[in-house]
Design a binder for this molecule. Structure first.
Ligand SMILES: Cc1cc2nc3c(=O)[nH]c(=O)nc-3n(C[C@H](O)[C@H](O)[C@H](O)COP(=O)(O)OP(=O)(O)OC[C@H]3O[C@@H](n4cnc5c(N)ncnc54)[C@H](O)[C@@H]3O)c2cc1C
Length: 457
């Protein structure tokens, strides 16, 4: 098409997990590929994530003696998400999850191992694979290095400002603006939207997830929802728009993540009086809504064994500990005094939780207690809930092609990761299972890159 400054087979907008995987896969398939990223460095949600990616039936699971398969994974996902508008994606992503993880290790050179030290809530078996550091940064760095080895150009500080239409209902490229404000038009047979969701857009959060309008936002600032605006203008369908990943434990005031491994290993969460108010094994995303409803300060209560176990495996948590975010007390009375809790209530709470951990009925229904009963020295961290990322987005098919409400594809347009519909239910944070974010990012990126390279248009 005339009027383009330059042309590629595939243009990838956004250089997070989705964009990097899409670009690498498209190049592997023989396409000429370019990536643009609006920030001046790689700093999307994938960078701040824990980098944990589910794979059901990987060789790493088999080597660990674990029998898993996509059907079990699908059942786990749908049990937590409930019915939703993109269930075909649940099936598709679960079915490619094992080859995806193996591709990340074998082709992309990602430093990933099966996480066996603990089992994430919602997964019946250990199936999350991640960097040993538990930092998404390592995963992104490895993917980025692989795209560099493949010779794929990446323009940083270059924002896609609009899609260029082909005059027949499809997409033929994008208009970009660099850091000097200069505009370039790039033509492409296929444009892959890897721009993540809309967590940083107050306007879109108020429209689609109004209950989170006042929540602390803990995701990347680049998630401004351009894909939603562009897709709507092209008549694309949206799905699962009310769903998101929340997290119940951002350390307050440190602003660091208290990994949910802490409750999974036996910790509890109490309110300003020192009383529990829910089943922590619901998971970090679902539990965040209970904290929001409870209001006031909330605290994670655990012990030195759990703190040290977790710190030895998770760097970000270890940093929080080093910065004084997980102080210990010799007994419950001192902990209550430190945190301004009612000592008698806290003692009662610990006694009840300890009994439940030893087989008594828990009044909130928790049955998994890790290392509990807790024992001295006790440890506490003040925590607060936050919005991590949105899970709704453009409706896509099993090749990540953007669909209109009538099921037809918008020619030349793909979406993945937070830009596309997620698999975490239709509304709220309770349908999110650990790994759903990166599975949709890497999985749909992988599928989009595969299809764009093979068929183009
Ligand atoms: C603290 C935290 C921990 C998490 N841990 C996990 C985990 O362990 N496992 C898991 O599965 N999920 C996790 N998630 C969710 C996960 O990070 C996201 O679902 C996933 O990273 C989304 O990947 P993405 O490639 O779609 O987006 P991103 O990684 O955010 O990449 C999108 C990129 O597009 C760029 N961009 C946006 N608009 C434009 C534009 N107009 N032009 C050019 N560039 C643009 C952005 O700047 C950004 O760099 C976590 C999230 C948070 C916040």
């Amino acid at each position: 098409m005339p009027g383009f400054d330059t042309e590629f087979d595939v243009l990838v907008i956004g250089a997070g997990a989705c964009g990097l995987a899409a670009a690498l896969r498209a190049a592997e398939g023989g396409a000429s590929v370019a990536m643009v990223e609006k920030l001046d460095r790689l700093a999307g949600n994938s960078m701040v994530s824990s980098g944990s990616v589910p794979g059901a039936g990987t060789r790493f699971q088999r080597e660990a003696g674990l029998a898993d398969d996509p059907q079990a994974f699908i059942e786990d996902l749908l049990r937590i998400s409930g019915p939703h508008e993109a269930e075909a994606l649940t099936h598709r992503l679960a079915s490619i999850s094992a080859p995806l993880v193996e591709w990340l290790v074998d082709v992309a050179g990602a430093r990933m191992t099966l996480i066996t030290a603990y089992r994430h809530i919602g997964h019946r078996i250990e199936r999350l694979h991640g960097p040993p550091s538990r930092r998404g940064r390592d995963l992104v760095d490895d993917l980025h290095a692989a795209t560099e080895r493949a010779g794929i150009p990446l323009a940083l500080a270059t924002r896609a400002t609009r899609l260029v239409e082909d005059g027949q209902g499809g997409v033929a490229g994008a208009e970009l603006q660099d850091r000097r404000g200069e505009t370039t038009r790039i033509g492409a047979r296929s444009v892959i939207l890897a721009t993540n969701g809309f967590g940083a857009s107050r306007e879109l959060i108020a429209r689609f997830c109004p209950e989170m309008a006042d929540a602390l936002y803990f995701g990347a600032q680049g998630s401004e929802g351009e894909a939603i605006h562009w897709g709507e203008a092209l008549g694309a369908g949206l799905a699962n728009m009310g769903a998101y990943q929340a997290h119940a434990s951002v350390a307050d005031p440190h602003g660091a993540l208290v990994t949910w491994t802490v409750p999974e290993k036996g910790g509890i969460v109490v309110d300003a009086q020192g009383a529990r108010f829910g089943d922590e094994s619901l998971g970090y995303s679902a539990f965040a809504a209970l904290e929001t409803a409870r209001g006031g300060p909330v605290f994670a209560i655990y012990d030195a064994r759990i703190r040290d176990f977790t710190a030895s495996r998770q760097e970000e948590f270890a940093e929080l500990v080093a910065h004084g975010g997980a102080p210990e007390d010799a007994d419950l009375a001192s902990l209550a005094a430190r945190r301004g809790l009612d000592a008698a209530t806290l003692a009662q709470t610990l006694a009840e939780a300890g009994a439940a951990a030893q087989g008594a009925q828990d009044r909130f229904g928790r049955t998994a207690w890790g290392l509990a009963p807790l024992c001295p020295p006790y440890v506490s961290t003040r925590i607060r809930p936050a919005l991590f990322h949105t899970q709704g987005g453009l409706m896509v098919d099993g090749d990540a092609r953007v669909l209109r409400p009538d099921g037809s594809a918008v020619p030349g347009l793909y979406a993945g990761g937070g830009a596309a519909a997620g698999i975490s239910g239709m509304a709220g944070g309770a349908g999110y299972v650990s790994g759903n974010g990166l599975l949709a990012a890497l999985g749909l990126g992988w599928l989009a890159g595969t299809h764009a390279a093979r068929l183009g248009r």
